[in-house]
Design a protein around this ligand. Structure first.
Ligand code: DX5
Ligand code: ZN
Length: 228
């Protein structure tokens, strides 16, 4: 799927929406290839973000692959809207639907890639029946709902556990870490085996967005080169 891992995926949740195109293009100039879109419904998570219209605007703003993270109940109802808006991959939370297998199938039937996301308090065993079906697992490293939170350290052993599960099963899904990724911790997270690192406030609150993106990518690659 990707031959230039690890990737840094800027989350536009922290972007300036009145200058969205400019902010997105700055991340692309800095080397970003994916853009992460956080969709929050005010029910599954205690915050409302944006919907398909902003995803569509993001698609029009640059050449990035759109990684759409649904933090919503009833995801099945909205999948085709996000596909039409330009999603290249949609992740759904295992905690947000009683029918994760059906939802993942719906996403794949739309001809795009599927991911499954898990909250920091959810045991990884819930992933077992669905791992063969997905291209990405999103390990939340904060409790979802807000940008700018602190990285939860217990994510690192969970990342190592998930890597082992992947190896034992001979699978090739990517592992994405989402929340609290900064210039201080990205190298270590990457060293533990993350393939995709989402960064929101660290990128968009920086004085120079493109430089910050490039710095995070450089540190992520450095970490990967000394993988544990
Ligand atoms: C949290 C979102 C994250 C968030 C990351 O609910 O899923 O993608 O935007 O933002 P930072 O990097 O600021 O923690
Ligand atoms: Zn996210």
């Amino acid at each position: 799927m990707i031959n230039n891992l690890p990737l840094v995926a800027p989350s536009i949740l922290a972007a300036d929406f009145s200058n969205l195109e400019k902010d997105i293009n700055s991340t692309l100039e800095g080397g970003a290839k994916w853009i992460h879109c956080d969709i929050m419904d005010g029910h599954f998570v205690p915050n409302i973000s944006y919907g398909p219209a902003i995803v569509e605007a993001t698609k029009k703003s640059g050449q990035a692959f759109l990684d759409v993270h649904l933090m919503i109940y009833n995801p099945d109802q909205y999948i085709s809207d996000f596909v039409k808006a330009g999603a290249g991959l949609i992740s759904v939370h295992s905690e947000a639907t009683p029918h994760i297998h059906r939802t993942v199938q719906l996403i794949k039937d739309e001809g795009i890639q599927a991911g499954v996301a898990v909250n920091p308090g959810t045991p990884l065993t819930v992933l077992s029946p669905i791992l063969d079906e997905v291209q990405l697992v999103v390990l939340m490293s904060v409790n979802p709902g807000f940008g700018g939170q602190k990285f939860i350290e217990s994510t690192i052993p969970r990342l190592l556990e998930l890597k082992t599960m992947r190896e034992e099963r001979g699978l090739s899904f990517l592992i994405e870490i989402d929340g609290g990724v900064t210039t201080k911790n990205i190298e270590n997270i990457s060293r533990s085996g993350a393939d995709v690192l989402v960064a929101g406030s660290s990128i968009f609150k920086a004085d120079n967005i493109s430089q910050r993106t490039a710095e995070l990518i450089k540190k992520a690659k450095l970490g990967k080169s000394t993988l544990v």
